[in-house]
Write a protein that binds this ligand. Structure first.
Ligand code: GLU
Length: 618
């Protein structure tokens, strides 16, 4: 498996803990053969809602009920922003382990009337009392899992403020209207499926540790069975109060008090063996939260304009740098093996820069201009040979004047691939498009639900490094009061001649970046449709000695040739659950012209997603 978060300290040297046990290799997933293949067509695990083509608007998310909430909103006059908020709020009900008011996210919006792309950063912030030593105890960094289920891990949730900002500035309706379908779903409940049970199992010990979470999600301390109905009247009430009072209900009202109290006095179940550390968030931290609106990242690639999320996410900068590197290769005409070699090497060098330079730009100097400059990318491209570089490769120097090819050296790298996030893509009949990735970090976040309010608190602060890996190299991602941890979330909108062509995003920790880049390359270079690009087997490099791949990729002739001809080495993502064996669960929407839309959701991974359109094309 990839470097498991649970057992590694943050900011470890690349390669540490990368053991892959061959006996754990799993059989290829049938659908990973790709759509159009006989295996995909007959795959019983394929979501019946993976693709939809039509008019009037589109929604793609990881969940059918949530996508329906978005479509209902579009039908009632909402635009793509309203639909994205309605879908995300519904995901807080039906996917409470990866979404909800206790989390945060990044939204990229194409505004048709203004012909421009804007972003909303609703990422969680560290409470004012945070210091570099947030996760240091007796001089040593905490183990990841120890930190994860603590109050220390909880960042000030940004999601609800982000929804309010998005709807107020860019929506057609009121936030109260957009919350309607989620309130309805929380009251009526939803049917627990196998994926939900897997996600419960993944975080079972953490959920069991809190009385509030046991009450909300477990029965006699165990996961609900497949087919059970999970109702969440507490969350329905929370959403209703937000609908009535606005976001201030969460940031400056009774809910703010409840969140701060839960963080400082976690509702620990007496039977747990876990040590649960209290946190430091106060009502003042909540009162001070404001979403930011940084300019999007932008690069040109194969005649397209690719817009993404700026720091504190590393999504847009890392994808942008890799695309700039790749633009120097004729990816569409070189052999598939050589194209994939270039793809992996571009990632290797881009991740070296991401790990060294990208953090919260309000706290550290992020050389974003250099990282996105094609001239800088040329100094990274010239390091790439026909053989895989030995990782970790050193970061470059993205400050002008660029110093040409720099030499390899030590660098830090870390990778995780838990899909504990979700991506929503929406489009409307007016031409607006939204890509929105949001999360509570790990599956079930801290595991800690706010008693009586029906949602889990994030553990986003564990996205910070716990301690600098190398005291001689500045670490841009250490905790500080008010600072936002580096993210990999990568909602992306692609335009051509000023018009959106498609939008995409994915869950998956650091593999979000590789997943989105691979989809872009598949779609823009390798001749795949967006549906095929999303379904194709995945591989990515994180400035790590081995690239991480799904078994479906390792089974290909390209993988074998990459090793034989270019010295690429691979590790398979593996683990006891099906969701451990997958990378990403992407969603996208393609704009086909003349108002036609095609929504694409992940067909198989994480149980398959749901792509819907307002009016289906017959
Ligand atoms: N917290 C992660 C990030 O911001 C996303 C969660 C995940 O998918 O692991 O990069």
């Amino acid at each position: 498996m990839l470097v498991p978060k649970r057992s590694r300290p943050r900011a470890v040297a690349a390669g540490a803990g990368l053991a892959v046990v061959c006996s754990l290799l799993v059989p290829a997933l049938p659908a990973h053969a790709g759509p159009g293949s006989p295996a995909a067509a007959s795959d019983p695990h394929r979501s019946p809602h993976a693709v939809a083509t039509g008019h009037g608007g589109a929604v793609a998310s990881v969940d059918l009920d949530a996508s329906r909430a978005g479509i209902a909103t579009l039908r009632r006059g909402g635009n793509a922003v309203d639909a994205a908020v309605a879908t995300a709020a519904a995901l807080g009900v039906t996917e409470p382990y990866v979404a909800g008011p206790g989390g945060g996210g990044f939204m990229v919006v194409y505004l048709a009337r203004q012909h421009r792309v804007v972003t909303i950063d609703g990422r969680e912030t560290c409470p004012a009392a945070c210091t570099h030593d947030l996760f240091v105890e007796n001089g040593s960094p905490l183990a990841f899992e120890e930190a994860r289920h603590s109050g220390l891990a909880v960042g000030v949730p940004g999601m609800v403020a982000q929804w309010a900002r998005a709807v107020h500035r860019y929506g057609n309706r009121r936030l109260a209207d957009d919350l309607g379908p989620a309130i309805h779903r929380a009251e009526r409940g939803f049917r627990v499926d196998d994926t939900f049970v897997q996600e419960t199992r993944k975080s079972l010990t953490d959920l069991q540790a809190f009385t509030s979470s046991r009450r909300l999600f477990l029965r006699h301390g165990q996961p609900l069975p497949v087919g059970a109905r999970l109702r969440n009247p507490d969350l329905a009430r929370t959403y209703r109060m937000i609908a009535r009072h606005g976001a201030s209900y969460l940031y400056d009202g009774p809910l703010a008090a409840a969140i701060a109290h839960t963080v400082q006095h976690p509702p620990v179940w007496t039977g747990t063996a876990l040590t649960v550390r209290p946190g430091i968030m106060t009502r003042r931290d909540l009162r001070g939260y404001h979403p930011e609106q940084p300019a999007p990242t932008h690069v040109r690639y194969r005649g397209h304009d690719v817009y993404g999320m700026a720091p504190p996410s590393s999504g847009g900068s890392t994808t942008g740098e890799a695309l700039n590197i790749l633009s120097g290769y004729p990816m569409a005409t070189e052999s598939r093996t050589l194209a994939m070699h270039h793809y992996l090497e571009a990632l290797r060098y881009s991740f070296a820069d991401r790990n060294r330079y990208v953090g919260d730009p309000d706290y550290v100097d992020v050389p974003l201009h250099g990282l996105l400059d094609p001239a800088y990318a040329a100094t990274r491209r010239c390091l790439i040979t026909d053989q895989a570089a030995a990782s970790p490769v050193a970061p470059g120097d993205p400050y002008r004047p660029y110093s040409g090819c720099s030499s390899p050296g030590a660098a830090a790298a870390a990778a995780d691939h838990e899909q504990s996030t979700n991506n929503v893509v929406t489009a409307d009949r007016w031409g607006n498009v939204v890509a929105y990735t949001n999360t509570i970090e790990q599956f079930a976040g801290t595991g800690m639900a706010v008693p009586g309010y029906g949602f889990l608190l994030n553990n986003e602060m564990t996205d910070f490094d716990f301690a600098a890996a190398d005291p001689t190299v500045p670490d841009v991602n250490l905790p500080e009061g008010g600072k936002i941890p580096r993210s990999s979330m990568n909602p992306t909108i692609v335009l051509r001649h000023g018009t959106p062509v498609f939008a995409v995003g994915s869950p998956g920790g650091a593999t979000i970046i590789t997943t989105v880049l691979q989809i872009l390359v598949n779609r823009l270079d390798l001749g795949m449709s967006l549906e095929q690009a999303i379904a194709a087997p995945r591989v990515g490099n994180f400035n790590t000695p081995t690239s991480f791949a799904e078994q479906g990729f390792l089974d290909t002739a390209v993988a074998r040739r990459l090793t034989r001809l270019h010295g690429q080495q691979f590790s398979v993502v593996t683990g006891p659950l099906q969701i451990d064996q997958e990378i990403g669960a992407a969603t996208g929407v393609e704009l086909l012209g003349h108002g036609r839309l095609r929504a694409d959701a992940e067909p198989v991974r994480r149980g398959g997603g749901a792509a819907l359109v307002v009016r289906t094309q017959r």
